[in-house]
Design a protein around this ligand. Structure first.
Ligand SMILES: *Cc1c(COP(=O)(O)O)cnc(C)c1O
Length: 423
């Protein structure tokens, strides 16, 4: 499928008069339509809730849009909890799915009334010692190990992942928690990432539902919810077929009716913790071509770099690139599109077929709405960009200003050097 940006050259030329490149821009219309589709796909389940994975796009303006569709927040750190709390998201609207959790984060999550999702059996005791009791409702993260397959395709390798309880530990953990007075239980698992297939959730659901039935039978635990977590992917490449969330919802329903309903568990709520699927396609990194270099290869230098979008450098991830105003031009050049870090992996594209790029052209790097800005860092003293929201009415709103040198040096503010810089 041809990938078309949600902004035009004309719009960007207008926007850069106020907000210089590089910046991430988000598409309100796309976010809303997708959130609505998500809500409808699981409306058959009475307790359904999507807890947006805050780490993917920790911006309150964007999360507030999702809240209109009933979404809560999935947090995994102190600052994510603080952000949720400041936004007025509290209690059962927060899922705390952390791992290797510091005591103070458990204490704060408990204070906010968040649902705590334990990553390990040893954390039962750790949590109890930290908060002096155990919450009435608790969730455990399950990791069955081995390879996660859909028919014969290997999707991911949970056996190599640091997360979750083994099957034995899950049963043991439920028994311990129950003996300590916990009343309601949840089960969570995240077994494959960025899956571009409608089969991931239904396959995962089957595993979790079957375990839930056994847990109930063997331990007598009251299972209140099953959390399918994240992992639904998006088509980063033009040749990939997007997931169909309605089909995913319908297939999970089939499994629910096949496994849970006959076991008398037709009241179990389903939760999700999607990040990428909710936001990635609705964000883009806009950057300007500022140099071209002809050496052993053809390079286009842009004003963004890996600190704005780390996925290509970190995972070799593909992000589609559109040169604005040249959407239909022939792909006659082969470029490496590179940033300015003193790091040779600072490349947004390698050997990419693109239209001939001139200095001053604007490039849209697609699908940066999740795990994009958020993964940013400050290597080479590079500053993080602004985030903008393209509203449904066509206006643009600043939803995070760009970092300034003062922000970058702020952690020196107790030293003389800071004053010498004139801040
Ligand atoms: C990262 C993460 C998510 C979101 O994953 P996506 O791939 O963005 O859907 C959900 N839950 C947990 C616990 C995570 O760590």
């Amino acid at each position: 499928m041809k990938k078309t940006p949600f902004v035009t050259k004309e719009q960007i030329e207008e926007i850069v008069k106020t907000y210089p490149t590089p910046f991430h821009i988000y598409d309100e219309k796309g976010i809303r339509e997708n959130a609505q589709a998500m809500k409808e796909a699981f409306a058959w389940n009475k307790g359904f809730k999507e807890y947006f994975a805050v780490k993917a796009t920790p911006n309150p303006f964007l999360i507030n849009i999702l809240r209109e569709y009933g979404c809560g927040c999935d947090c995994s750190s102190m600052t994510e909890l603080m952000l949720s709390n400041a936004m007025g998201v509290k209690g059962e609207d927060i899922m705390f799915s952390s791992n290797e959790t510091p005591a103070e984060e458990y204490a704060y999550a408990y204070e906010l009334g968040a649902t705590i999702n334990l990553d390990d059996i040893t954390h039962i005791e750790f949590l109890e010692q930290t908060i002096g009791t155990l919450p009435e409702t608790i969730s455990c993260r399950f990791n069955p190990g081995g390879l996660f397959k859909i028919s014969t395709d290997i999707m991911d390798n949970p056996g190599d992942a640091k997360y979750g309880f083994t099957t034995e530990q899950l049963f043991e953990g439920f028994k311990i928690l129950k003996s300590k007075g916990v009343k309601n239980f949840g089960i969570h698992a995240f077994l494959a990432s960025n899956t571009v297939t409608n089969e991931y959730y239904p396959t995962l659901a089957k595993t979790l539902f079957e375990v839930a039935v056994k847990l109930k039978e063997e331990t007598g635990a009251n299972i209140k919810f099953i959390n399918l977590s994240g992992g639904i992917g998006i088509p980063y490449r033009p040749d990939q077929e997007p997931n169909d969330i309605r089909e995913i919802g319908a297939k999970v329903r089939e499994v629910y009716e096949e496994v849970l309903v006959p076991a008398g568990m037709g009241d179990v709520a389903l939760y999700t913790e999607l990040g990428r699927f909710m936001m990635a396609p609705y964000g883009a990194l806009v950057t300007k071509a500022i140099h071209e270099k002809h050496t052993h290869k053809e390079y286009i230098g842009v004003d963004a770099c890996a600190v704005n979008l780390m996925r290509p450098a970190m995972y070799g991830a593909y992000h589609h690139i559109t040169v604005l105003g040249k959407e239909d031009a022939p792909l006659e050049c082969t470029y490496d599109v590179v940033g300015s870090l003193c790091e040779n992996n600072d490349k947004f594209a390698i050997d990419r077929q693109l239209p001939r790029i001139d200095k001053g052209d604007y490039l849209v790097i697609h699908d940066t709405g999740a795990h994009g800005f958020a993964m940013g860092y400050n290597y080479n003293g590079k500053l993080k960009s602004a985030e903008l929201l393209l509203k449904e009415d066509g206006n643009v709103e600043l939803i995070r200003r760009a970092e300034t040198p003062k922000d970058y040096f702020a952690t020196f503010d107790c030293f003389d050097i800071y004053k010498k810089m004139g801040f």
